[in-house]
Design a protein. Structure first.
Length: 367
């Protein structure tokens, strides 16, 4: 099989809640998503998606993804997309860094590998573990009482895991964590995710002030050293996300005992191929994982479900159904949340069909 044409689509995904706010007052109202279509010399077509959380969450942005795909396209035309190893080696040679640019392409290659073998991607990634994948709900940053109300609201939709967006003023964040903790029920999980927003002194204030609560602390500071310093002054369970962006950092952080769990985002590490490597390594190190992406629509939600469902249940902390956060469907066939869980599909590949009414015409075509 050979790639004969690459089509790139841009699609806006408005947030159902209106505005998603996290640390430092950063927010997004409409997500800029890019869908990649790999046309081949067979009748099979592969699809992938990349959707950064605005331009200021990770070093990634929508227009950058599309420009990067344009850089890689001449190297991809004529190659076998099902040879995911050589494809990734070639992308890493042709374009240094820029993992998010490669993520949607790698995803589309896995979709094709599934279609050509007749297997869903989760079976190619190691096989299905358990019946379904548990989801968390991100609680956008608001005043403390509203965030507590939203925990109750999303519990009614079936969620049992909640991730509070903090990383603002430490006193306000302490109030947010306390308010949400008060409405928490037995069996539920609460995470306070600062998304790098606290200075190290602010992080110290917050972890000291909430030390009596049953809450995880996620990525308090932007610097790894400051995360590690915070980790060493708290007894609370600890998750690292933004600074664990590859195997090197995972091994270093594991050696430092810097966390109890990691957040594994497909595009942060460069696609499903690299996420699988990190997933398997984390399983070997006995580290639980939040398996997800930075953001996304239906195609990314499907990829998350396949990666998560092929991860041993013991090491799955949670995952995200991003397609339930946004108002536009970019594909049909993606997993739909049921009682706070989702399942990877059983159709070959990612099991999705793009919705061209919403994707419109390609913004770029390479042949
Ligand atoms: Mg996080």
């Amino acid at each position: 099989m050979k790639i004969t044409e690459i089509r790139v689509y841009q699609v806006d995904l408005p947030l159902m809640e209106g505005r998603y706010t996290w640390s430092d007052g950063r927010f997004v109202e409409v997500f800029d998503s890019t869908v990649i279509e790999l046309v081949t010399d067979t009748d099979l077509i592969g699809y992938g998606e990349i959707c950064p959380l605005g331009p200021f969450y990770l070093p990634a942005y929508g227009a950058g993804a599309r420009a990067g795909i344009g850089e890689l396209a001449p190297f991809l035309i004529g190659k076998d997309p099902t040879a995911v190893g050589p494809i990734n080696s070639m992308m890493d040679t042709a374009l240094l860094g820029h993992p998010y640019v490669k993520s949607g392409i790698d995803m589309a290659c896995w979709d094709l590998l599934g279609k050509v073998t007749g297997k869903p991607v989760c079976e190619l990634l190691g096989g299905r573990h358990g019946e379904s994948v548990e989801l968390y709900r991100a609680i956008s940053q608001r005043p403390a009482d509203e965030m507590a109300e939203n925990v109750a609201k999303y519990r009614d939709e079936g969620y049992r895991k909640f991730q509070l967006k903090v990383g603002g003023d430490p006193a306000a964040d302490i109030a947010r964590i306390r308010a949400a903790s008060e409405v928490l029920k037995s069996g539920e999980t609460l995470v306070a995710d600062a998304n790098t927003g606290w200075r190290v002194d602010a992080a110290a204030r917050v972890v000291n002030a909430v030390r009596d609560l049953d809450v995880y602390i996620e990525q308090p500071c932007i610097s790894y050293d400051h995360c590690l310093a915070t980790r060493r002054r708290t007894q609370l369970p600890f998750i690292l996300d933004e600074c664990v962006d590859g195997v090197d950092m995972l091994l270093r952080a594991h050696a430092d005992n810097a966390m109890d769990a990691i957040n594994l985002k497909i595009s942060k590490v460069g696609g499903l191929s690299k996420a699988r490597l990190i997933r398997d390594l984390a399983v070997s190190l006995q580290l639980p994982m939040v398996v997800e992406d930075s953001w996304g629509g239906d195609i990314i939600t499907s990829a998350i479900a396949h990666l998560a469902h092929s991860t041993p249940e013991r090491f799955r902390f949670s995952s995200t159904d991003f397609n339930s956060y946004v108002t536009v469907e970019n594909a049909s066939g993606a997993p739909k949340r049921l009682d706070g869980t989702m399942m990877a599909g059983t159709e070959p590949g990612l099991g999705i069909s793009p919705n061209f009414d919403n994707l419109g015409k390609p913004v770029a075509t390479y042949a």
